[in-house]
Design a protein around this ligand. Structure first.
Ligand SMILES: NC(=O)c1ccc[n+]([C@@H]2O[C@H](COP(=O)([O-])OP(=O)(O)OC[C@H]3O[C@@H](n4cnc5c(N)ncnc54)[C@H](O)[C@@H]3O)[C@@H](O)[C@H]2O)c1
Length: 325
């Protein structure tokens, strides 16, 4: 199939593009490189360096023929979204509107959407299922939930098939593509940077939560397992399925568990200090992915925290300063 990947120069989009190519799909990428890296786009991919907000340019991309769209392009830093909500609503929601307009115009009916655990906000109970209350607590989560609702409207209006995949914390790397956010806000790369002295000691926000060691528990899903779910998701869309699925690890790890796993993987101490809690950080965020397992036949191959960290570490050793472009 001909798959258009938006945000394919970014972390998850580059790994999914790699898997799509391996599966024999023809891949085109749209990315404005606002947070992504040209080096992350495989030379076999047709790369359109355009902004999704440029609706005329987006419509033109569909001229070359597209069977399905994987939409990763978005801004995704929670803290920044709280400080600058207009930036997030503008980029994420207007970007999706522009892309969907292009799809409607070109008659493309299959849409895989990168949604997020942030649509649940602070959950009433865990594990979180797709039926849990939807109550984002930041602008980032609000933009993603709004797009999910837009997709449901497009299904009613013009027959769009969409699959919204609510990722929990993507982590790890493939052999070729890894995580290089600037600034980085995700725990595993930050822990690795602290272990190798690339940054100062790591701040752990609170150790008085009702968890086994008092630190927050989160769900880390290997980016390679996410990629597999996308391949299965495309098949499901083509069968006519539309819906919403959580993609998580099945178990959570506390911040201190991640730190000690990183010490074992690297053979280095991870310097850290315990700080105050952050506002809006729930004690535990862990997904139930049973629905994705049932509907897609998805099985995680890399659920161990050490293998996730090992892959992130190996990638970083191959790209010590991250991508060069
Ligand atoms: N990383 C995670 O743990 C995680 C968790 C849940 C959901 N998500 C979602 O998954 C998607 C990918 O996340 P990521 O970590 O790979 O992010 P990323 O920042 O690495 O990649 C996003 C890509 O989109 C591009 N982009 C952004 N706005 C654009 C625009 N207007 N036009 C064209 N390109 C644009 C960026 O240049 C970048 O290459 C995002 O939608 C994010 O919200 C990520």
């Amino acid at each position: 199939m001909k798959i258009l990947v938006t945000g394919g120069a970014g972390y998850i989009g580059s790994v999914v593009s790699e898997y799509l190519l391996e599966e024999g799909h023809e891949v085109a990428v749209v990315d404005n490189l606002s947070t992504g890296h040209a080096e992350a786009v495989d030379p076999r991919i047709r790369f359109h360096k355009i902004d999704l907000l440029d609706r005329a340019a987006v419509v033109k991309v569909f001229d070359s023929g597209v069977d399905a769209v994987c939409h990763f392009a978005a801004f995704s830093q929670v803290g920044e979204s709280v400080a600058d909500p207009l930036k997030y609503w503008h980029n994420n929601v207007s970007g999706a509107l522009s892309l969907l307009s292009g799809m409607k115009y070109a008659g493309v009916r299959h849409f895989l959407f990168s949604s997020t655990a942030a649509v649940y906000g602070e959950p009433e109970s865990t594990p979180i299922t797709e039926e849990s209350r939807l109550a984002p607590v930041n602008a980032y989560g609000n933009t993603k939930l709004s797009i999910e609702r837009l997709l449901a409207d497009c299904r009613k209006g013009w027959g769009l098939n969409s699959l919204s995949l609510r990722y929990f914390n993507a982590a790890g790397a493939s052999d070729i593509h890894g995580e290089d956010h600037r600034p980085e806000t995700h725990l595993i790369p930050l822990v690795l940077d602290a272990a190798y002295g690339r940054r100062g000691e790591l701040a752990v926000f609170g150790n008085d939560y009702p968890t086994s060691d008092g630190t927050c528990v989160r769900d880390y899903i290997h980016v390679k397992d996410l990629a597999t779910a996308h391949l299965l998701g495309i098949d499901k869309l083509v069968e006519g399925y539309s819906g919403v699925l959580n993609l998580g690890n099945g178990r959570g790890f506390s911040v201190l568990e991640v730190i000690s796993a990183a010490s074992r993987v690297t053979g280095k101490e991870v310097p850290f200090r315990i700080g105050a809690r952050r506002d809006g950080d729930p004690a535990v965020l862990v997904a139930s992915s049973e629905k994705a397992e049932d509907i897609l036949g998805w099985k995680r191959e890399y659920p161990g925290i050490e293998e996730i960290i090992e892959d992130a570490d190996s990638w970083r050793k191959r790209f010590p300063g991250g991508y060069s472009s």
